[in-house]
Design a protein around this ligand. Structure first.
Ligand code: NI
Ligand code: MN
Length: 226
């Protein structure tokens, strides 16, 4: 049984009964109605897709609380490894085996600076294989032909795609991405957190109509993959 939980913005947890992978855990400064008590957040692994504060988020605190292993690009890991946390640096095409699956990094077309403006390496997207299910979290990215390669090489069950526009794909671009990926189902992310990425739910529904199945998760809502 694989469970996916959405915490608003790009903050997503993927888990089965043995392990959990958190992608871009963002709680304290997340305007979405998320949990604000970090002690209740559990994670065996944390993936940070890029250095922007809305993705690096509360990674360090959650990793310290849980003794989680943080996976990210070399620049982000070299910055956060000063804290007392377990880290693993890898880069695009890097693959890390976990119980009943793996975590693999893919290109994302986006920047990745830290809040102080220093270089945070290349942004990534991530594929998680867990219990035979293929779950792709695109991170922050524009529309890129890389999605065609993913579609050719992987059988993606669920794609978590940014739809908010301005910094990433909007819902029209994300629908093209979904088609190229050949995703069986899409969960929209990275929208309605701020006015600049506001999207009407009906526009998302219209964009994905006749492309793929859409699963809109509310903040703190989970879905079980069948
Ligand atoms: Ni970003
Ligand atoms: Mn972002």
């Amino acid at each position: 049984m694989v469970k996916i939980t959405y915490f608003g913005h790009s903050s997503v947890k993927v888990e089965n009964e043995y392990t959990s992978v958190f992608i871009d855990p963002f709680f304290i400064n997340n305007p979405s109605p998320t949990i604000k008590n970090l002690n209740s957040i559990k994670a065996d692994y944390i993936v940070v897709t890029h250095a922007h504060a809305d993705h690096l988020g509360d990674t360090v605190a959650i990793a310290q609380n849980n003794n989680s292993l943080v996976l990210s690009n070399s620049e982000i890991i070299s910055r956060i490894s000063n804290y007392d946390i377990k880290c693993h640096a890898m880069y695009i095409s890097g693959k890390y085996n976990i119980v009943s699956g793996w975590i693999k990094f893919f290109p994302a077309l986006h920047g990745s600076s830290f809040e102080d403006g220093t270089y945070g390496g290349l942004a990534i997207g991530v594929m998680i294989k867990l219990d035979g299910k293929m779950i792709y979290h695109a991170g922050d990215t524009g529309l890129t032909v890389e999605f065609k390669a993913i579609g050719e090489l992987y059988n993606v069950d669920i794609a978590l795609l940014p739809v908010g526009g301005n910094f990433t794909m909007d819902c029209a671009d994300a629908a093209i991405a979904a088609k190229w990926i050949g995703a069986k189902k899409v969960i929209p992310i990275h929208y309605n957190t701020w006015d600049r990425i506001a999207v009407k739910e009906q526009d998302i529904i219209n964009s994905f109509q006749n492309i793929t199945e859409l699963q809109i998760l509310k903040c703190n809502q989970s879905m079980i993959m069948d």
